[in-house]
Ligand binder design. Structure first.
Ligand code: UT7
Length: 373
């Protein structure tokens, strides 16, 4: 670790599609009803991607919003980690598409796949890269369009998921604080309880896989529920212990928003009143990697999270994976008004992207004529 380098969370942003899908609307599609969904999950509605929305478009908007809060120019970003369970492609990484969109010309970019725990793992990875001294500024994004992977005839899953994105900026500083401790765990033996089986190298896409709906999310809800209620409080407590804090020091817990009952079980496990836990699953459903940063943005908006507060992020998901981290909340490192001209810069980024594509084509033609080098 570089001497006394701390990784602070200095910016945050979110973006959700405009379209809202209510429980009543879903009950016109499958055999379910608003009462059952609210009672068993706490979900009232979710946002669903329109034809123009993709994981990268939502993720890019969230990243830009986070950079504005941090007053950090895209040029100064060293690393972009995109946590997503609904990437634009198997490759290239969604993070690279976002890098191009926002014009972060000096950043390395890659995706991290750990299902709904992805955002926590990505923040931990970015924080460790900063603490080691190898980078100074990172953008971590959780971005999802899971509605494109949901079987809208399967009432077990289609009621749960929503689309959206959230992002954090992490920055190096010698001031004490930021990410304090982390816990990362996995248990691959439970991988088949939450899976998209088709379309990978194990079961390549074929007419048969499509007929069988293997390109959709398949879930053993009860098994995931049992696992989640087992690990959430334990992981949070472990992260709190590692940071040499006690639960009384923690102002707020921001958990993955999958199901209100799972969050309530975690609160009981932690012996915490629900006032100290952020819940917004009713408005968004389960947005997988985006749920924690979206919940964070709303907690800040509501004045529940302020500079100096000790907080815990905790999550679980497919893999199986689970994890937690504690942090001292920071906010922007600078109070100085700094005009970033991001809108103008984004236009420039689009132009730069276009020119690079054009240049690549020209190079292809030139080399094509000359033969391979
Ligand atoms: O990020 C991680 C992603 N996944 C999760 O977090 C999922 C975790 N699991 C859950 O949240 C819950 O297990 C569910 C919300 C998915 C299901 O709730 P549950 O209380 O575990 O219900 P269940 O699966 O035990 O099903 C109870 C009954 C069943 O009927 P029978 O067999 O008792 O007659 C289901 O067929 O409810 C039925 N059911 C439904 N009824 C109305 C299942 N889905 C629905 C539905 N509407 N949408």
């Amino acid at each position: 670790m570089a001497a006394n380098t701390f990784a602070h969370i200095t910016g945050w942003g979110m973006s959700v599609p405009e379209k809202v899908l209510t429980n009543d609307e879903i009950s016109e599609m499958v055999d379910t009803n608003d009462e059952w969904i609210r009672e068993r999950t706490g979900i009232h509605q979710r946002h669903i991607a329109g034809p123009e929305d993709t994981s990268a478009s939502l993720g890019g908007e969230a990243a830009i919003a986070a950079l504005r809060v941090a007053k950090l120019h895209p040029n100064d970003v060293d690393l972009i980690i995109g946590a997503t369970s609904s990437p634009e492609y198997i490759f290239p990484a969604t993070a690279c598409i976002i890098q191009d969109k926002i014009g972060a010309v000096n950043a390395g970019a890659f995706d991290l796949s750990a299902a709904c725990t992805g955002f926590i793992f990505a923040v931990i990875m970015a924080a460790q890269a900063i603490q080691s001294g190898s980078i100074r500024n990172a953008v971590v994004i959780g971005a999802e369009t899971l509605s494109r992977f949901v079987d809208w005839t399967d009432r077990n899953t289609c009621i749960l998921f929503g689309d959206g994105a959230g992002a954090f900026v992490l920055q190096a500083s010698h001031e004490q604080g930021g990410v304090l401790s982390s816990v990362m765990r996995s248990d691959g033996s439970g991988g088949d309880s939450l899976i998209i089986p088709g379309g990978g190298s194990a079961i390549p896409t074929s007419q048969q896989t499509i007929q069988e709906g293997q390109h959709f999310i398949q879930m053993n809800g009860r098994e995931v529920y049992r696992f989640a209620t087992r690990v959430m409080a334990k992981a949070a407590n472990e992260a709190i212990d590692k940071a040499q804090l006690t639960i009384d020091d923690i102002k707020l817990i921001i958990p993955h928003q999958a199901n209100k009952r799972i969050i309530e079980a975690a609160a009981r496990g932690l012996k915490l009143p629900m006032e100290r836990i952020v819940v917004n699953v009713h408005n968004y459903g389960n947005t997988s990697t985006a749920s924690i940063p979206i919940a964070t943005c709303e907690a800040i908006e509501d004045g529940r999270l302020n500079k100096g507060d000790q907080i815990v992020f905790v999550g679980f998901g497919g893999g199986l994976t689970w994890g937690a981290l504690t942090a001292t909340w920071t906010g922007p490192l600078t109070d100085e008004p700094r005009r970033l001209h991001i809108t103008r810069y984004r236009r420039l980024a689009r132009l730069r992207s276009f020119m690079r594509r054009l240049w690549r084509r020209l190079e292809g033609i030139i080399w094509g004529r000359k033969g391979s080098p």
